[in-house]
Design a protein around this ligand. Structure first.
Ligand code: HEM
Length: 526
């Protein structure tokens, strides 16, 4: 904090500055001269005349109304003229880079002091620490600045994620599903994880730590389109195509996205209208149609496109060029994600860009869905946890009717449900992740599609309850984009995204039941 902490004042000295002409206040043992600031104060000048405030200790009043970060902003930090004699600030706030939160339930159990987990090894813990430092240092500050402005993540952050020194290769493992061949020979995260050791728990750690950026649109702007757009290339592209495209993507020089959903159809891939027809010489596809809600589409160079072909449904990699245009779609979440409406107008694409078999697109897509939904679960439960942390802090520091909010049974009841939800979702997620680590990709598709679908639909339903309860706890601040409730407002506004991406809740839950029914032994009776 750029503040003057060298001078010391007794509380008696501070108390003498209690008029509009010389107005001091104490906040957490820090002495502020607000004489000139009072008329600029966003909360009005009158608050400084409230009983006990002029020349007095305003700590409790302050933290009931402001986030700690207010004191860290340079324009306010410079109002500090010293500290109270014989005292030191006690309140912890702001971001301590790399640190774990001490707030109960703000971290998953495996990161909570005194708890053990069978799932995480030393390399997961090291990765978590490195990711946390990285996110706190580079991603969180930019996310907080760019999300409200709708700006996409900067190239310098993407470059750091893709390569560079200590953080090499955060991007690579995010596409690591199925085959991990593309990790071979790489130094991941400065050597913290050996590529052959990298498993789904490492990937879970990367996804959950990135989620702490606290900006839903910005978080998706961190090339989450690649997480779903690149795997079909990695797993179904020809060696030549991969050799050309994959390094550009993983180095963050170029961007790829998945372009399946349309205004006409979402999960129903056979209802799509975008067509791909062969040229007479059979060497090219001509693609025509539109795609809607395409994450990262605005800044993508490559589009993994689902098309209707003569043989059914085929997935084709389209490069931005003649006939490809994108325009932004304004959604409830920030435009930092580059969500686009994409138009393909007679786009000529070499047949070598076909991913998988012609007419075999459904297999390409289905193989993507489980991993995609599992990543969404990693993200969703981590953002619910952020909401729990915000609520825990708020109910502790905010007073109503002369008592902290947590003294109200109705508030505690809401917290109980929020905590129970987040803990159970994380536990189920870890159980599924453990199964994924011990199954082939094919086995995962047949055994875990239902489990993952259930988890996601169950979790996002709960997420919406948590969002609504958090708004009730924060009151008006829960619907205000700045100040105390800013994360709650953001979460409540964007939570439905998680509930729709990768398949609507009812569709997913139904998928799980249908998969279970297919496995019913024919000879079972009551
Ligand atoms: C160094 C001292 C202070 C600074 C730098 C400061 C700064 C601010 C800022 C930046 C805001 C805008 C909201 C936000 O960004 O959180 C705000 C709002 C407010 N402040 Fe202060 N403030 C100070 C002291 C106080 C004190 C001592 C009180 C009460 C006794 C107070 C009462 C309020 C109120 C009522 C609001 C409006 C809150 C709302 O709309 O939710 N402020 N203040």
């Amino acid at each position: 904090m750029a503040a003057n902490e060298t001078k010391r004042f007794t509380r008696e000295e501070v108390a003498k500055h209690n008029t509009v002409d010389s107005l001091w206040v104490i906040i957490d043992s820090r002495v502020f001269d607000v004489t000139r600031f009072q008329n600029l104060h966003p909360g009005g000048a009158s608050v400084f005349t409230d009983e006990g405030i002029p020349g007095g200790d305003a700590t409790e009043a302050f933290f009931g109304l402001h986030r700690y970060e207010v004191l860290e902003r340079p324009q306010y930090a410079r109002l500090q003229i010293g500290l109270v004699q014989g005292e030191e600030p006690q309140i912890k706030g702001g971001l301590i880079p790399g640190a774990l939160s001490k707030v109960p339930y703000a971290e998953p159990t495996w990161l909570t002091e005194g708890f053990k987990s069978p799932y995480y090894k030393e390399s997961h813990r090291k990765l978590q620490r490195a990711m946390r430092e990285f996110v706190d240092a580079y991603i969180f500050p930019e996310s907080q600045e760019f999300e409200p402005q709708g700006k996409r993540p900067s190239q310098s952050v993407l470059d750091k994620m893709a390569g560079g020194t200590a953080h090499q290769g955060i991007q690579h493992p995010r596409h690591a599903y199925g085959s991990r061949k593309h990790l071979k020979g790489l130094t991941l995260m400065g050597g913290i994880v050996a590529p052959e050791e990298f498993d789904y728990f490492h990937e879970l750690v990367v996804s959950q730590e990135l989620t702490r950026c606290g900006g839903r649109g910005y978080g998706d702007g961190l090339l989450s389109g690649c997480v779903i757009g690149l795997p079909p290339v990695l797993n179904f592209g020809s060696p030549e195509l991969k050799a050309r495209v994959v390094p550009e993507i993983l180095s963050a020089k170029k961007v790829i996205c998945l372009a399946i959903s349309e205004a006409y159809a979402g999960s129903d891939v056979f209802g799509l209208h975008t067509t791909a027809t062969k040229t007479e010489d059979g060497r090219h596809w001509i693609i025509t149609g539109t795609k809607k809600w395409i994450t990262n589409g605005m800044f993508s160079d490559y589009f993994t496109v689902g098309c209707k072909t003569e043989d059914g449904f085929t997935v084709i990699l389209v490069e931005r060029g003649e006939g490809v245009s994108t325009k932004p779609i304004k959604t409830s979440y920030g435009s930092s994600a580059g969500t686009a409406f994409v138009t393909f107008d007679h786009v000529k694409v070499p047949v070598e860009n076909t991913l998988g078999e012609e007419g075999g697109g459904i297999f390409v897509m289905l193989s993507n869905f489980n991993h995609e939904r599992w990543v969404m679960c990693c993200i969703n439960v981590r953002s619910q946890r952020l909401v729990v942390e915000e609520c825990m802090k708020w109910v502790n520091q905010r007073k109503a009717f002369g008592r902290p909010l947590h003294s109200l049974a109705v508030v505690r009841a809401k917290l109980a449900l929020m905590i129970s939800r987040v803990e159970s979702y994380q536990a189920w997620l870890e159980s599924i992740t453990y199964q994924m680590c011990n199954m082939s990709y094919k086995e995962q598709a047949s055994r875990l599609a239902g489990q993952i679908a259930f988890l996601k639909s169950h979790m996002t339903r709960g997420a919406q309850l948590t969002a609504a309860d958090a708004v009730q706890i924060f009151g008006g601040r829960g619907i205000t984009q700045t100040g105390m409730g800013k994360f709650i407002e953001h979460y409540h506004r964007t939570v439905t995204f998680d509930a729709l991406l990768g398949g609507a809740e009812d569709v997913l839950a139904d998928l799980g039941v249908r998969q279970a029914m297919r496995s019913m032994p024919p000879d079972e009776r009551l």
